[in-house]
Design a protein around this ligand. Structure first.
Ligand SMILES: [Zn+2]
Length: 385
């Protein structure tokens, strides 16, 4: 199968983050197994979704995990000019479809090179690690990684996460955490502001607390110039509350987006936020006993990662792609989960992130072909390494 035919097949499965991916994962499983490779599915509790992993090559330490996700972001409300779940070749050098770039293009490169991987005399193995629900918070990566660790007696050394990077190595990513907060205050006439607890006022305090926390981190000197901005960011992107200027608001909601440098502790920040909300609760309950601040995670923390510019992973990527310049990003990926599990992790995949998540998403044929070449180069490298 050519890489374009493979991509055509993969994009025809309209699997949005959160939805069942069983059809596509079973298709991939059958395809891989037709080459005599056994696969393992790692299902969710309800058995409605599954990740997949497999090993190609000998059971020895030092192998390379190729990581990708099978889900895509929604298309509803976007001005698509073609059917998003049909690969369209507009003869302009690009292939259009949802997921063409993020990241079924990478999956297509892996699967297209599979026959060569199987035939090669690999000295160290290649693993495929394909997940679901990446686009709604990288929800399946941890369970898949645990299963990989339990399934193989050997330990893979590298994890290449094939997110779109124009095949340039990405060596760092901030953590990402979205937090939803509901403030439950008491209602009343605006003149009674000292006898009631305004949810809007308390929500505003949280906004300012988060901003102050960010400034404190900056003032403390926590900075990493590889990132833009070079500091952790705490941002309130949504706030809602109140029904009239002369009514004290009994409800307000807000959502925070926290992106942490690898050196800052995202878990601690979350704890600090919860502690602050608890302390406000305690204080305000003396005025209104029902006062409550509910703090919930929109999704668990997508961990940051940082791989050294001089690491073996960077050498490996430059060897198999020819690209030596590295970069850092602030979008979410599964790289942090793989890094936390002890694999030298790096993001490197075909296509540009600028094309991801938008109407008329595309990948250039040039990038797609270069992605396959990267796989062939990896095979060649592992025949000698
Ligand atoms: Zn992606």
């Amino acid at each position: 199968m050519t890489v374009q035919t493979m991509l055509e097949k993969l994009v025809s499965f309209p699997v949005l983050g959160g939805e069942s991916n069983l059809e596509i994962i079973h298709w991939i499983k059958d395809y891989i197994e037709s080459f005599g490779i056994s696969t393992t599915l790692v299902p969710n509790k309800e058995n409605t979704k599954a990740s997949l992993h497999c090993r190609i090559g000998p059971a020895v330490d030092g192998g390379v995990i190729l990581s990708g996700h099978t889900d895509v972001v929604p298309v509803k409300g976007q001005p698509w000019t073609t059917d998003p779940f049909e690969l369209v070749d507009k003869s302009d050098g690009n292939l259009y479809a949802r997921g063409s770039c993020d990241m079924k293009g990478f999956l297509a490169c892996c699967l297209t090179a599979l026959p060569d991987m199987v035939e090669a005399e690999l000295k160290t193995p290649i693993y495929f690690a394909f997940t679901y629900d990446e686009e709604i918070g990288c929800l399946a990566a941890e369970a898949l990684i645990e299963n990989i660790k339990a399934s193989y007696s050997e330990f893979p050394k590298y994890a290449i996460i094939g997110e779109a990077s124009m095949l340039k190595p990405i060596i760092g990513q901030k953590s990402i955490h979205i937090i939803d907060i509901t403030v439950n205050g008491s209602e009343g006439h605006s003149s009674r502001i000292k006898q009631e607890v305004s949810a809007v006022h308390e929500a505003a305090r949280i906004v300012l607390w988060a901003e102050q926390k960010m400034n404190d981190l900056i003032d403390s000197g926590s900075s990493d110039e590889r990132f833009n901005p070079p500091h952790s960011s705490l941002h309130t992107g949504m706030i809602n509350g109140g029904i009239a200027p002369n009514i004290i608001a009994n409800k307000a909601t807000l959502s925070l987006d926290i992106r942490c440098l690898p050196q800052d502790d995202a878990n601690q920040l979350y704890q600090d936020l919860r502690d602050y909300c608890k302390s406000r609760e305690k204080e305000m309950q003396s005025i209104f006993s029902g006062f409550e601040i509910e703090v919930t995670e929109n999704h668990p923390i997508v961990p940051s990662f940082s791989t050294s510019e001089t690491s073996a992973a960077v050498h490996l990527i430059s060897k198999i792609t020819g690209n030596k310049e590295w970069q850092t990003v602030s979008y979410a990926s599964e790289a942090g989960h793989f890094a936390n599990a002890g694999f030298e992790s790096i993001i490197c995949g075909p296509g540009s992130i600028a094309q991801a998540h938008r109407a008329d998403e595309f990948i250039s044929k040039d990038q797609l072909n270069k992605g396959v070449e990267m796989m062939y180069a990896l095979v060649k490298h592992l025949e000698t390494a």
